[in-house]
Design a protein around this ligand. Sequence first.
Ligand SMILES: Nc1ncnc2c1ncn2[C@@H]1O[C@H](COP(=O)(O)OP(=O)(O)OP(=O)(O)O)[C@@H](O)[C@H]1O
Ligand SMILES: [Mg+2]
Length: 327
Amino acid sequence: MENLLEVKNLTTYFKLENKTIHAVDDVSFNIKKGEIVALIGESGSGKSVTAKSIMRIVPIPPGKIVNGKVIFEKEDLLQKKNKELRHIRGKDISMIYQEPMTSLNPMLKVGYQIKEVLKIHTNIKGSDAKEKAIELLRKVDIPEPEKRYNSYPYELSGGMRQRVMIAMALICNPKLLIADEPTTALDVTIQAEILELIKNLKSELNMSVLFITHDLGVVTNIADRIMVMYSGKIREISYTNELYKNPLHPYTVSLMKCIPRLNDPAKELYTIKGNVPDLEIKEKGCAFYPRCNRRMDKCIDNNPKLVEYKKGHFVRCWHYEEDSNDE
Ligand SMILES: Nc1ncnc2c1ncn2[C@@H]1O[C@H](COP(=O)(O)OP(=O)(O)OP(=O)(O)O)[C@@H](O)[C@H]1O
Ligand SMILES: [Mg+2]
């Protein structure tokens, strides 16, 4: 299957007055056409900055994309002019965020806001635009879409508002949808419904999806592949089933232990000890070293490479580097 997106050596820093934050550090991955890839990691690991770098919406300054390529349909987005990029954003690549209330205007009716987006990206106008907006609300399974068209955002539940955001993101049938923690603010049942919706829309529209979350439990049923990020670097990439059966990186293993088990509610929830490292310090050895239960002396000063341990299963950890046949 062909790659829709290829991210190569992406590196984004924030240069603050007296320090540099290495938010995204030499990140490489690809997303195939029609594939859902999840990007997971604790808060502060660099997931949103990765997404914003792809869209080139990192605030500059203090941010700076210092290296890398973002090849979308064979063209490097990092080399494009702002004007060309505006055509791609919202049309070929759409993004949805964690809290829809911050993206929707509370003063304007939902239908009006959808029509505004239609006006920017299509030439659908007047009563056709109204019809199209209602059709979009129906597509994201909003009950009584004709009525909801005239609702204000505050009249809708969190789940419904997120559906409206998804409807707006789908206006131009994007080839890539970047969903940055779209379900984090929602309760568990609604989360499951939104995930199901994204999965169904993906099949219907043949989009690719980059799904960002800090919760590994959320992505089991939706992702084809999972990428685990820690402290600005990708630590492991694999197919979802393989990752669940055979997690390699000690960090991934710890994240797995944090997933609550429905069949064992009495079991105390596991948390990974220690804190996410300081991104001010450029990684010399493995950044997970202080929290790792399998650490070795060589991990202190030497940074392992991301190697293909098994076909399609990549890991960045000294325990696997010597056994692999990569590089
Ligand atoms: N505008 C900014 N200015 C300075 N530093 C920033 C800025 N945006 C992000 N950072 C820093 O970049 C690092 C990565 O942040 P990012 O938002 O990508 O984390 P995340 O993995 O998305 O976390 P979360 O799960 O909390 O959303 C953090 O240390 C953060 O403080
Ligand atoms: Mg984030």
